[in-house]
Design a protein around this ligand. Structure first.
Ligand code: ZN
Length: 199
């Protein structure tokens, strides 16, 4: 079988680098690009660049944001005395679907993982501690129930306890080894409501 033109192969290689995309799907996506008109292709490319250059981290919670401060942090109706700590922005989005939660967030951008060589310094922990200036009454640790998520929760608990802030961990409603991102709203609400104190 003849190989595809080099440009198409190259495009396919890029799609393959995307999360969850295999070789066949990547080539199908590359062919879809060929089917677009030139204006669509330019818009497609521009949207990728805009997503990368215009989205930054919220100065307060470190969640992705198109402005300096994200809509949650800017919302005066949110309860600023409670911070829910999550691994990434996907988890924050998942918790946000639980309508009852009206507190704030803090996005760590990962979890402590000695196996992968990720220490606390690589996470947005310093930024979290800086927020605990007396106005915050409770920190809810909502890292995934994986060994790394639990290690991170324990680490944060030890670090925050001396500051006189209540620390709680979400209940085991989320299946062990599971991913917060994929938990349904009811499971997550139960996990939040059933949170237990760590100090
Ligand atoms: Zn924010």
């Amino acid at each position: 079988m003849a190989e595809y033109p080099e440009q198409l192969e190259r495009l396919g290689d890029w799609f393959r680098r995307l999360d969850g995309i295999g070789k066949k799907t990547a080539m199908r996506m590359a062919f879809s690009v060929l089917d677009m008109n030139e204006e669509e292709v330019r818009d497609f490319a521009a949207s990728m660049i805009a997503a990368k250059t215009d989205i930054r981290l919220c100065k307060i919670c470190q969640n992705i944001s198109s402005g300096e401060i994200c809509p949650v942090c800017a919302d005066s109706n949110r309860d600023k005395s409670v911070i829910c700590v999550v691994e990434d922005f996907r988890a924050a989005t998942a918790v946000e679907k639980v309508r009852e939660y009206r507190g704030m967030y803090h996005v760590l951008h990962g979890v402590i993982s000695p196996m992968k060589g990720i220490g606390p310094d690589r996470l947005k922990i310093r930024e979290l501690i800086a927020r605990l200036d007396g106005s915050v009454k409770e920190v809810i640790i909502a890292t995934d129930p994986t060994p790394e998520g639990e290690t991170t929760a324990m680490y944060l608990s030890k670090l925050i306890s001396p500051l006189g802030v209540k620390i709680s961990r979400i209940a085991n409603g989320v299946p062990v080894g599971g991913d917060l991102e994929y938990a349904d709203e009811i499971t997550l609400r139960r996990a939040l409501e059933g949170r237990y104190s760590m100090n």
